[in-house]
Each structure stands twice: as C-alpha cells, then as structure tokens.
Design a protein around this ligand. Structure first.
Ligand SMILES: *Cc1c(COP(=O)(O)O)cnc(C)c1O
Length: 402
C-alpha cells in the first residue's frame, strides 16, 4: 500500500477565474489577440508563460483540466485530447518511426488492439503481443528497435494486474518507455510512482463518470508533453485531436468527486464480488483473495480507495451470458452497454475482439470464457438490494439454484 492521496493534490489545485469565479470562465475562442507582434513571433519559437495562440494548440480551459490531471497522476505535465484513443495514438506516433517496434500486452482495450494490430503495421511500426504476466516473454521480445512497452494497469476483461515496477525496470534497462493505460484504476494506482514513463487515460470512463462525452489525456514528463505539443513536430498539435473547452470544463468539475465515486464503486464491487463468490460463481475481482493479482495489486495501490469498480463473472457460454444480461437490464440492475465508470451499472460481454491472439487452450487456462460478463458497478446506495435483484436473474437463467 502507498499513502499517496491524489485527491488531496486535486483539492489543493486552486484556480482563480477571471472574476474570481470558482469555476474558471470557459474560454470560448479558437484564437487569441496579440497586442504586440513580437510576442506572436516568440510564441512560435517557444512557450511564453500565460500566452495562448490558437485553441488546437492550447486553450486556457483545457490547460486547467490538464494541470489537474497532472496532479492526479503526480506528473510533471499533461495534455487533454478529444478521446482516449487519440491520447494513445498521438503518444505512440510521437515515439515511433518507420521500422520501430512496440511490445504490447495482448489483453488490452479492443480499439488499442485494432490500432496496434491493423493500423500501425501500415506505417511499418510493428507490435509484438505478449503475455504481460510473463516477464521473460517481455524481456525476450526487446530488440534494438523497441521503443515502447505498452500495458494496461488492470487488464480487460480478466482484470489481471501488470507488475509495473518490474516492467519499468525492463524499460529502464533498455532505455525505452513504459506506457501505461490507467483507465481502469484512476486514483487508486499511480503508475508514474511505480516505474511508468507515460500514463494515458480515457477520461470517458471513471474520471468523467457521467457517460456524456468522450475525452482522453496523457500524463508524463514536461519534456514529452512539450514534444507532443510542439507547433512544428508534435503529434497532438499536428494530428489535431483537440478537446472542446466546454467539455474540459465539465470534466474538471467531475474530477473533483472522483475520489468519492471510486471509493463507492469499489465498496459496491467488493460486496458483489464476495457475494457472487459465496454463491459458487467464477468471479474475477482484484479485491478477492482468490484473484491471481490480489497480493500484487495490494502492494501497488494507494490506500483508501478500494480495488476499483470493475468485475467479471463467468456465465459459462455466450448464450447464458446474453440471457443473463437481458434479465439484469429488465430487473433494473443497470444497462446492457459497452463502456464503464458510469454512475449506473453497465454490463457487456467482452466477446473475443482482443483474445484472437491468444491460443484456444491458453484462453481456457486464463479463464477467458465466451460466457464472460464484464460489469462496471454503479454508485447504488443499496447494494444489498442490487445483489438480490442479480441473484434472481442468476436463478432465472439457471446459473444457481434457488
Ligand atoms: C475506452 C477505453 C479506451 C479508449 O478511450 P476512448 O475515450 O473511447 O477513445 C482506451 N483504453 C481503455 C482501457 C478503455 O476502456
């Protein structure tokens, strides 16, 4: 356990708006006037403190959000982007050129997997997919072309825990970057403290928490963020994945309740995971002692936020999984929908989008079943009642006896 409390850093991040407004005014402009032509010339050469040029580059409202997210991850700097995918794509394209290689965990978000598997090879950037749990596989995959080791802190959908300190050491030994997607574990794991060099988030999920927009961020060294934002050579500047300032303002407000939400998501998920396990179901939740990564995640996490809001149960086969989800939606447990981190419970069947790299027998050994149901637990105030509703659904589809 670590005693770093990101919520204190965020709370201490005070912004004084133009008129002392506690929520700083939203900058509703794409471009900025210069009283002196020389200042504009200077800004093209290097950053000028407090000066803004054009909103695809920086916007004051986006800067407020980025600075707050840097506090969350204890990073020197951060940028915000129009999606989690663009945060990933820009960071990768900033670091890699034609001929370079990436070593990636094979259990990653479907969009990232498709980007790595189908898109990057068209630009001669090749990705080696490995079992990130096997550190020898990772070490053996490194060549002098490798630029990035890529992983999610908590993997999708089995919620395996990446050993960030050991992966960070491998990266350091070869002078390459450990890039970590921390979307499933905001505030309760701080990858930059554990050996990561670049952290990305899909803000769309827990950090925003209201499923009303898509956004992302990159948190890293000031050097890397400056590279991404360089007017002449930065991927985040030149590919243009800009976040709208109105959205940045609303995400910043939601960020301030992240610590309370994650605590509640975790508490509810822990309760449900333990209750499902007592019923004899196969449950994947890092807060369970039976979970393979339980000891490791307990070592890595920040104290006081729990083990997160994501859990998965195995319904055996795809048909039963579908039936169960339909029943759960009918019983008002939540919505059958992709995505996560919403105040209501969301569930979906991860299918095999990202598992196609994994041989059949290994899939079985991992517990990666066709019948897996991934659940993002909501902020239900009466979780016992929710459990009772789910239990009825489990009985109705024949997974447990009455
Ligand atoms: C959703 C998600 C992404 C992609 O983020 P978008 O905001 O949808 O572009 C990346 N990684 C993980 C783990 C995600 O859940």
């Amino acid at each position: 356990m670590h005693h770093f409390d990101p919520s204190v850093e965020i709370q201490d991040y005070l912004v004084f708006g133009e008129y002392g407004d506690v929520n700083p005014s939203i900058t509703d402009s794409s471009t900025y006037t210069f009283l002196n032509p020389n200042t504009m010339k200077e800004l093209f050469d290097h950053e000028v403190e407090g000066c803004f040029l054009y909103s695809r580059h920086w916007n004051p409202t986006n800067k407020y959000l980025a600075d707050a997210l840097a506090k969350l991850e204890d990073a020197e700097a951060a940028i915000v982007t129009g999606s989690g995918m663009s945060a990933i794509a820009c960071s990768v394209l900033q670091l890699c050129e034609c001929g370079d290689e990436i070593i990636s965990s094979r259990t990653i978000y479907g969009g990232t997997y498709a980007f790595f598997k189908n898109f990057l090879p068209r630009h001669s950037i090749n990705v080696k997919f490995v079992n990130i749990q096997n550190l020898d596989d990772v070490k053996n995959a490194v060549t002098n072309k490798t630029k990035i080791i890529y992983t999610e802190t908590i993997s999708n959908p089995l919620l395996e825990i990446a050993d960030l300190p050991k992966l960070g050491r491998i990266a350091d030994d070869h002078n390459i970057k450990l890039m970590v997607d921390n979307t499933f574990s905001p505030i309760f794991i701080t990858p930059l403290h554990l050996g990561a060099h670049i952290v990305i988030h899909s803000l769309t999920k827990f950090i925003n928490g209201t499923s009303d927009c898509v956004a992302g961020c990159v948190c890293s060294s000031k050097e890397f963020i400056d590279q991404l934002m360089d007017i002449n050579s930065g991927a985040a500047m030149l590919l243009g994945p800009v976040l709208d300032s109105h959205r940045a303002a609303s995400i910043l407000k939601n960020l301030h309740s992240l610590h309370i939400r994650v605590e509640k998501h975790s508490k509810n998920a822990q309760y449900l995971a333990e209750s499902f396990e007592k019923l004899g179901l196969t449950v994947f939740y890092p807060g369970l002692k039976s979970h393979k990564g339980h000891t490791l995640v307990t070592e890595l996490m920040n104290d006081g936020f729990g083990y997160g809001g994501m859990l998965a149960i195995d319904a055996g086969d795809a048909e039963t999984a579908d039936k169960l989800m339909a029943e759960m939606q009918f019983a008002k447990v939540g919505y059958l929908a992709v995505s996560l981190g919403y105040f209501k419970t969301l569930f979906s069947s991860p299918g095999h989008s990202t598992s196609s790299e994994i041989p059949e027998e290994e899939r079985a050994a991992m517990g990666l079943s066709e019948g897996l149901v991934r659940i993002s637990i909501g902020l239900d105030n009466n979780i016992e009642k929710t459990f009772f509703r789910i239990k009825k659904c489990l009985i109705s589809v024949g997974l447990i006896k009455e």
